[in-house]
Design a protein around this ligand. Structure first.
Ligand code: URA
Length: 273
């Protein structure tokens, strides 16, 4: 087998591994799932559960990279993304080497969920778990985000989830301005294709790059607009893992979003079933 055949085989094995991940369920303990509303909140009871475990379906890892930096050609010019469909956009993204973040990545974490989708969530950047699986929000913060989505009476598979940057910054540092700016054309085109009614911004980084604003603490919970789409900034789930007290504010923000979809949170005593 010559070197090219070996490389090709390597790529196929990697792709199959990621495809395999797309059908897996990631364990999430029922306790962790209930944690978002401290167990006492009935919203936590909407968690899908198998043998006492909640499940996150890892979807849309298809066409994933094969993104080894050693073989990646250096591409500087961003092609015209304006008329690309999602699959083509993903193919361009998974080969991207336009910023230094490509060097350490295992996968490009492009995005997952429905297209079009009524509701879209935008985070900051993939972490270690996301980099290894090629799917956004599957680590600890992702489990909490999934619980938040269920508490809003949506399924994770109903919504679209992406990040400001598609490759993991080393050590989970905040993306550099140049990295975010380089990656933003992908997200802008994703938003056009997803065409959501509402976007939820998770934390200060998407606030900065989607709305060009700073101050998540004062801007969370206030409706904003991005090209005519309603935008709700709120705290990042990773922040909630460290600051339990902030969950009540996020729940207020999410309830405003639910109202846009005619969904109303009912305390358990008001439910008929
Ligand atoms: N945090 C993010 O902002 N995005 C992810 O995908 C995971 C964690």
């Amino acid at each position: 087998m010559d070197k090219d055949d070996g490389t090709l085989l390597d790529d196929i094995v990697k792709t199959l591994q990621v495809e395999g991940e797309s059908a897996k369920f990631a364990d999430l303990s029922a306790d962790t799932a209930a944690e978002f509303f401290s167990g006492s909140d009935p919203a936590a009871k909407h968690t899908d559960s198998r043998n006492g475990k909640a499940a996150i379906v890892l979807s849309e890892a298809k066409n994933q990279p094969v993104s080894g930096s050693a073989r990646a050609p250096v591409e500087t010019q961003m092609p015209d993304l304006t008329s690309m469909d999602l699959q083509t956009l993903r193919q361009v993204a998974v080969k991207c080497t336009r910023c230094p973040l490509h060097k350490d990545r295992e996968h490009v974490v492009f995005g997952c969920g429905q297209v079009p989708a009524e509701l879209m969530f935008i985070g900051e950047a993939p972490g270690a778990e996301e980099d290894s699986k090629g799917v956004p929000f599957v680590g600890a913060a992702g489990q909490l985000l999934t619980q938040m989505i269920k508490s809003m009476q949506f399924q994770r598979s109903d919504v679209y989830i992406s990040n400001i940057v598609k490759c993991r910054p080393p050590g989970n540092r905040i993306p550099e301005d140049s990295e975010a700016q380089t990656c933003m054309p992908f997200l802008r085109r994703q938003i056009e294709l997803v065409s959501p009614k509402v976007i939820v911004l998770l934390g200060a980084v998407p606030l900065k790059y989607i709305l060009n604003k700073t101050g998540i603490t004062s801007l969370r919970g206030r409706w904003e607009s991005y090209g005519g789409i309603r935008v709700m900034p709120t705290f990042h789930p990773a922040y909630l893992l460290r600051n339990e007290n902030a969950k009540k504010f996020v729940w207020e923000d999410l309830q405003q979003v639910m109202k846009c979809f005619g969904k109303v949170h009912k305390p358990v005593r008001e439910r008929t079933s």
